[in-house]
Design a protein around this ligand. Structure first.
Ligand SMILES: [Cu+2]
Length: 639
């Protein structure tokens, strides 16, 4: 990485950076690759990534334990320049990775978690091509803790969940939910054990930004807040969005963590700037440094620094890799929201799946990001005449029971005359679009085999609160890994689901293994929310359903989507709210996709009528009154 002295800002920065702040260096080997610039005119990050991947392969893939690394989970100081994460690239169809899962405690007393390679790369961006296989050997090197919950057979890895168990979800990927692949319902990797993942990507996997993170029910929020999450990229977006070919790629991973002060968030929510956020944000591990004046209640932030050359356009691949925080991103120059081009949503190039043409970008001035969502945008650097250029997240009204997500700057854009940092380009030249890349092609015109209504609901009269996601007609039940499926469908089917929110806070719908086509966002305005821009008509794996206002006469907000089970993925997997604090407290359930060869058409869906958009929400799903986690009578209603 170039020294700070080599970077001369083209204009004065209004943000004072804390002098003398200690900057940790999480990526020593990656930086040692800077010599590559002396020898290679290709992207230094590409060169280094290939080198590192080659070294990893030379190290011989084995089932032996991955040793812990010293001084794990380093983080940057507030106000640091944002660097791309280190990156690993597949070679000859395979990417072999070794991860040590570790934890430490920082100076603010927060527990940090990380996936680190033996050479010290923390949460590297994992690059694969469609059709590639990603092999990860992971050893859980965190301290052991007592058993909390035995898992019924069939097991995958360890057999009982503990407070230090871990597994990995390959979020958004259309990969198998079998043990050893993208399985979270049965996979447990306990302290001192080693597990081998082999995840094969479909040959028509949409090229774009995905991510990986721990997904053990009950402790996923803490693990993701601790920082154990990284970007996963299926390369080739330029083949579907030719306009991005040869742009510099910047990977921006937004994470969240408790504030250093550990203050409780403002309650009830008030508008910025006089509010205390639920959680602090970090951008590529540079913290936002939320500091609240306890006398005035005013919170201030320290933006990180993104350096750009004036006049240049870049592809920003942004992951909301937070545990709980909703973002509403905007690029603001001297108070004016800038127009940017959206080229990908949740890993799928926009406007790319139906028809015979490559994708076409969508213009927007802001983009709403539920936790776990991704957006890929083309942005242009400010001109030298701009005094303050920032990437901000707008204030989010998450409802009376929701978290505090205030307006705050994520980064200040600093103009430099010569941007010498490593970018993340893997395939800078388009090799051409083919319709075989349309994994979800024709979905909007496919016959619908079943319709279902699902509801988010809460019981806020108990501590901790209980959170449910329930198929209409069933009894709300807290998630348990031993629960049977709540929905059974068949491979090859297309279903229309309406997910409604009966709670007075926002929830964020996620379904593993497949994407869905967002058809409509219903009753948002009636409850004081606005439909999210750009997402209707696109394929997503995350969608937000905002809060219900609590009035019996107001219809529940809902989202209607087409669920695509025509792919190869069969078996059991989950759907849930991706505010992980809600998921950990029960807001998750299991779906089973039977193989198409089965003669049993198990889908009962057509009996679950979809509430029309204008229908009054007169009869919310009753809240469960007990936390009985055994198989309840509700399961008898499934089939
Ligand atoms: Cu939720």
């Amino acid at each position: 990485m170039p020294s700070e002295e080599s970077r001369r800002p083209a204009y004065s920065q209004p943000i004072v950076r804390r002098s003398g702040a200690v900057k940790l260096d999480p990526y020593p080997l990656f930086r040692s690759c800077e010599f590559a610039k002396l020898f290679a005119r290709i992207s230094p990050s590409l060169f280094c990534g290939v080198l590192i991947a080659a070294l990893a392969q030379v190290a011989a893939f084995s089932q032996t334990a991955v040793a812990p690394v010293p001084n794990p989970c380093p983080r940057f100081a507030a106000g640091s320049v944002v660097a791309n994460p280190p990156a690993l690239y597949s070679q000859n169809g395979v990417l072999n990775v070794e991860f040590s899962y570790q934890q430490t405690t920082d100076s603010a007393g927060r527990t940090l978690y990380c996936f680190t390679t033996p050479s010290g790369l923390e949460e590297p961006t994992l690059h694969v091509n469609p059709g590639d296989t990603l092999n990860i050997t992971i050893t859980n090197n965190t301290p052991a803790s007592p058993v909390e919950e035995p898992f019924n057979p069939p097991n995958c890895g360890s057999t009982s969940m503990t407070g230090s168990s871990v597994n990995i979800h390959y979020h958004g990927t259309n990969t198998s939910p079998a043990c050893g692949a993208d399985n979270v319902t049965k996979t447990l990797i306990n302290s001192g054990t080693t597990f081998h993942y082999s995840v094969t990507f479909p040959t028509n996997e949409p090229p774009g930004l995905y991510w990986y993170h721990p997904h053990v029910h009950g402790i996923s929020e803490g693990a993701v807040q601790g920082g154990a999450a990284g970007a996963l990229i299926v390369d080739g977006i330029q083949n579907v969005q030719p306009g991005v070919a040869e742009l510099q790629e910047r990977i921006l991973v937004v994470r969240d963590q408790p504030t250093t002060q550990g203050l409780a968030e403002s309650s009830p929510p008030v508008n910025s700037p006089v509010e205390t956020p639920n959680l602090d944000l970090t951008l590529n591990y540079v913290p936002g440094n939320a500091l609240t004046n306890v006398n005035t209640g005013v919170t201030t932030f320290t933006p990180s620094i993104i350096q750009m050359q004036s006049g240049i356009s870049q592809l920003w691949r942004i992951c909301n890799c937070t545990s709980d925080t909703i973002l509403d991103l905007q690029q603001v120059f001297d108070g004016v929201a800038q127009t940017f081009l959206i080229v990908g949503i949740d890993g799928v190039p926009v406007n790319s799946q139906d028809g015979t043409t490559p994708g076409a970008p969508i213009t927007a001035t802001h983009y709403r990001m539920p936790p776990a969502s991704r957006v890929e945008i083309v942005v242009t650097a400010p001109s030298p005449a701009v005094h303050l250029a920032q990437l901000v997240t707008q204030y989010i009204n998450t409802g009376p029971n929701g978290d505090e997500d205030p307006i705050r700057p994520l980064a200040t854009i600093q103009l430099v005359s010569n941007d010498t940092q490593a970018f993340d380009n893997a395939l800078p030249v388009s090799s051409g679009f083919t319709t075989t890349q349309q994994m979800f092609g024709g979905l909007s015109n496919a016959p619908v085999n079943a319709t279902r209504t699902l509801a988010f609901s809460e019981n806020v009269n108990v501590t901790p609160n209980e959170f449910f996601i329930t198929v209409q007609g069933q009894t709300p039940e807290l998630f348990n890994n031993n629960n049977p499926p709540s929905i059974i469908t068949t491979q090859g089917s297309v279903e229309q689901w309406t997910i409604e929110n009966q709670a007075e806070e926002n929830h964020e719908f996620h379904l593993h293994q497949i994407h869905f086509l967002v058809q409509s966002q219903n009753n948002f305005q009636a409850n004081g929310s606005q439909p999210a821009p750009a997402i209707t008509g696109q394929f997503a794996d995350m969608v937000e359903v905002p809060f219900w206002d609590g009035n019996a006469g107001t219809p529940f907000p809902s989202v209607t989507a087409l669920m695509d089970f025509r792919g190869t993925d069969i078996g059991e997997f989950v759907y849930h709210c991706h505010i992980l604090g809600h998921e950990d407290l029960g807001m998750m359930a299991i779906i089973e996709v039977l193989p198409s060869a089965s003669s049993k058409l198990a889908s009962p869906g057509s009996s679950n009528g979809v509430r029309s958009a204008g229908e009054s929400a007169a009869s919310p799903v009753p809240l469960a009154v007990s936390a009985d986690r055994s198989r309840g009578s509700a399961m008898g209603q499934m089939q």
